[in-house]
Design a protein around this ligand. Structure first.
Ligand SMILES: [Zn+2]
Length: 387
């Protein structure tokens, strides 16, 4: 039974197990499922999630009800499993609610259901120098939604991919980026050109070696995906280097928990300025998600301001910072390849740190184009493709 229509949602909720009985307690109901699971649902939670057309506007599928509009101690007059297998509640204030069993099971918050849901979440796959690089063909990504989805899943779970066979005309990058979603413009343009130039407003636009970094750590939200498309690469040197910032953070957490905590807790300022702009962001180098897992790395030594930490914290911060940078230099973490014309890197800029070896501009031309897309555009596109 596909129950999408019943709950007015683009997602569907298959019937995993039928509702068998429902028991009323003082502040909640206890639902028993055919497979033996028992799920409590508080009265407030059920009233809050009533899917009826009075509580949810059917056109937008967004809630109209605010829970403060009903009494805090509102209780059911009657609860039952109805003839269609739904949980049906007649409330004491006269409202009625009906809950589809597929939807209810997908949102149950008993311990077992929550553990199950957490286990079903996509898992990031950590990598090191032994990485088998996920490579995709441009034409297949453009033509085949299934290949597009495989590429996006690799971006989400591994955070480093390569696409080959892209035309080398300037601007070709736009069409493949738009396969995902909106490009994120910045002060460097919709597309930025990575070429050595005399009036450089970033070390990226020189021939210097660039140490491992994320782009735009100077912004409150660092861009999620970075694209780097090679148009010309005739210069000696300039190899691309990548490390999995999450793998390094995990390793540091194991090796020196105090240093790891310092990088999670002590904010560091990153800055980028030119004649027209002055961007600054003060944030820790490592960010954790709600479950305590590493979710973001913010790092670019060449954009970093002087540390501003307490006298007591300063030595700890230097120890942690030095160790993190030293780890990014360890060969066991580094994936290094030279990019050829028509090839493109696409990686998670908030996870995968990238670097470039110095190149010799006198030995030949070198021209890359890049752009950014935010991480939630990627995640949204994946969910839509999976519908
Ligand atoms: Zn309602």
């Amino acid at each position: 039974m596909n129950t999408a229509a019943a709950v007015a949602d683009f997602r569907s909720y298959p019937l995993i197990s039928a509702l068998t009985t429902v028991q009323s307690l003082a502040d909640r109901v206890l639902v028993k499922w055919a497979d033996g699971r028992v799920s409590p649902f508080h009265h407030q939670w059920l009233r809050d999630n009533c899917p009826c057309p009075v509580c949810v506007y059917t056109v937008t599928r967004e809630q109209v009800l605010e829970i403060v509009d009903v009494a805090e101690d509102l209780s059911p007059a009657v609860t039952q499993v109805d003839a269609l297998g739904c949980l049906s509640i007649a409330w004491l204030d006269g409202h009625t609610s009906r809950f589809d069993p597929g939807w209810l099971r997908a949102h149950a918050y008993d311990d077992e259901s929550r553990i199950e849901r957490r286990a079903g979440k996509p898992k990031s796959q950590r990598w090191n120098s032994q990485l088998t690089l996920p490579v995709f063909e441009y034409q297949a990504v453009m033509d085949d939604p299934n290949v597009l989805l495989q590429w996006l899943l690799a971006l989400r779970d591994i955070g480093l991919t390569q696409v080959r066979g892209i035309p080398t005309e300037p601007g070709s990058l736009t069409s493949i980026a738009k396969r995902i979603s909106f490009i994120r413009e910045s002060n460097f343009g919709v597309l930025f050109n990575v070429q050595s130039k005399a009036d450089a407003d970033s070390n990226a636009y020189t021939a210097f070696n660039l140490p491992l970094h994320s782009d735009l750590p100077t912004r409150e939200l660092q861009p999620g995906l970075q694209f780097l498309h090679c148009l010309v690469n005739d210069a000696d040197g300039g190899e691309s280097i990548f490390v999995d910032g999450f793998a390094i953070a995990d390793a540091l957490r194991q090796e020196d928990p105090e240093a790891f905590r310092a990088l999670c807790e002590i904010p560091v300022e990153f800055r980028n300025k030119d004649r027209h702009s002055d961007y600054r962001c003060l944030a820790p180098i490592i960010a954790l998600d709600a479950l305590g897992q590493v979710s973001e790395i913010r790092m670019a030594n060449f954009l970093r301001g002087p540390f501003d930490a307490s006298v007591e914290q300063m030595p700890k911060l230097y120890r942690a910072y030095r160790r993190f940078i030293a780890m990014t230099r360890e060969t066991c973490f580094r994936h290094m390849t030279r990019l050829n014309p028509g090839e493109m890197w696409c990686f998670d800029n908030r996870r995968t740190l990238h670097a470039r070896n110095a190149f010799d501009p006198a030995s030949g031309a070198r021209h890359f184009q890049g752009c950014y897309i935010d991480r939630d555009e990627l995640l949204s596109r994946i969910l839509v493709l999976q519908r």
